[in-house]
Design a protein around this ligand. Structure first.
Ligand SMILES: Nc1ncnc2c1ncn2[C@@H]1O[C@H](COP(=O)(O)OP(=O)(O)OP(=O)(O)O)[C@@H](O)[C@H]1O
Length: 323
């Protein structure tokens, strides 16, 4: 029983959190006058995780990231990084974090290597060897001597991440790292983030690019109207809701029959003419037998995978009344 047109293949990245908590927030809240930008946020991120932070415009993602970085002060609640309180131990915490929060401020007249040197000098203690390592990590060796002005946006973005990596941070926080990138730049960014994951970095990134998050992150946090509305493993989200995709010869007739069953009331056709349906006792085998015995033998039948975008909109839709 294999689908002729299986749902779009999705590689779900693995994460290898080792258990050590890198970031924890307690009731983190930010008000701007009467506007509640972030409300009572409790979250925990462990070492080695790559966590995506998703939400529509104005959901509170940037405000949260700014509070985590100590750039703005929470109205209430607190942030703990590496087990230390940000409010009281900021100086020892911040060197352990690499960030890309706004458009990268690069020296466009300098090469990648010289940009890294210049930023390394400001940070202090960045060895020549580390600069080589970073150039390799962000894939800019071949263009390391060209001026940054001549780089594509994707290359500039990678250089900015390289700068964030100079002091070998334990946690990387990226606000919309794929912003403004064309498809090729997005692929470059994705490859880089995957490499960082392989290097056991903890990465927390916000994004509007759901497809990218799906491919890079093992866990996603959905934010809406200042609240965390879902915290899910990507693999779990994509497993779907126990539905099946069925292809058969007379889909419209079969659909009517399915919709008459107590378990099949939400059966529907997808854009390609296949049926999406639940199954009796959530069993694909029972669905296959039912359809075959009813005169609609399936040509193919397989579990339906969900697209993260659909999940996102359904979660946001569920919480629309929260605004
Ligand atoms: N400095 C500020 N003064 C007043 N309101 C602000 C300020 N910064 C953010 N806000 C408001 O707080 C809410 C959350 O904004 P935030 O920028 O955190 O959302 P976001 O999820 O990052 O959105 P986007 O995806 O558009 O970047 C919005 O309603 C925004 O208008």
């Amino acid at each position: 029983m294999q689908a002729k047109h299986p749902p779009e293949a999705t590689t779900v990245p693995s994460s290898s959190p080792t258990g050590e908590t890198v970031l924890r927030t307690y009731g983190l809240t930010k008000h701007y006058g009467s506007r509640i930008a972030v409300h009572q946020l409790n979250l925990e991120i462990r070492r080695g995780e790559i966590v995506g932070f998703l939400g529509p415009n104005g959901a509170g993602k940037t405000t949260t990231i700014r509070m985590i970085l100590g750039l703005i002060t929470p109205t209430a609640g607190r942030v703990e990084l590496f087990g230390h309180d940000l409010a009281t131990e900021r100086a020892s915490i911040l060197p352990r974090i690499g960030t890309l929060v706004e458009s990268p401020a690069l020296y466009l007249h300098l090469s990648a290597r010289d940009n890294l040197r210049a930023f390394g000098d400001v940070l202090g203690g960045v060895s020549r060897q580390r600069i080589e390592e970073v150039l390799e990590l962000v894939g800019l060796q071949a263009r390391q001597r060209d001026r940054a002005r001549t780089y594509s946006l994707g290359m500039k973005q990678r250089l900015a991440i390289g700068i964030a990596l100079l002091n070998n941070p334990d946690l990387l926080i990226l606000d919309e790292p794929a912003n403004g990138l064309d498809p090729a730049g997005i692929v470059e960014m994705r490859d880089l983030l995957r490499q960082l994951a392989d290097a056991d970095k903890t990465v927390f990134l916000s994004s509007h690019f759901l497809g990218e998050v799906q491919q890079i992150c093992a866990r996603v946090l959905f934010f809406n109207a200042g609240k965390l509305v879902a915290d899910k493993r990507v693999a779990e989200l994509l497993r779907g809701q126990g539905e099946f995709v069925v292809q058969l010869e007379h889909p419209h007739e079969a659909l009517i029959l399915l919709q008459q069953q107590s378990w099949g009331q939400s059966a529907r056709l997808d854009g390609a003419g296949a049926i999406l349906t639940s199954a009796p006792n959530e069993s694909g085998r029972e669905l296959f037998v039912f359809l075959s015995q009813s005169g609609f033998p399936p040509e193919s039948l397989s579990p339906a995978a969900q697209n993260l975008e659909e999940v996102f909109f359904s979660i946001i839709h569920t919480h629309e009344g929260d605004n």
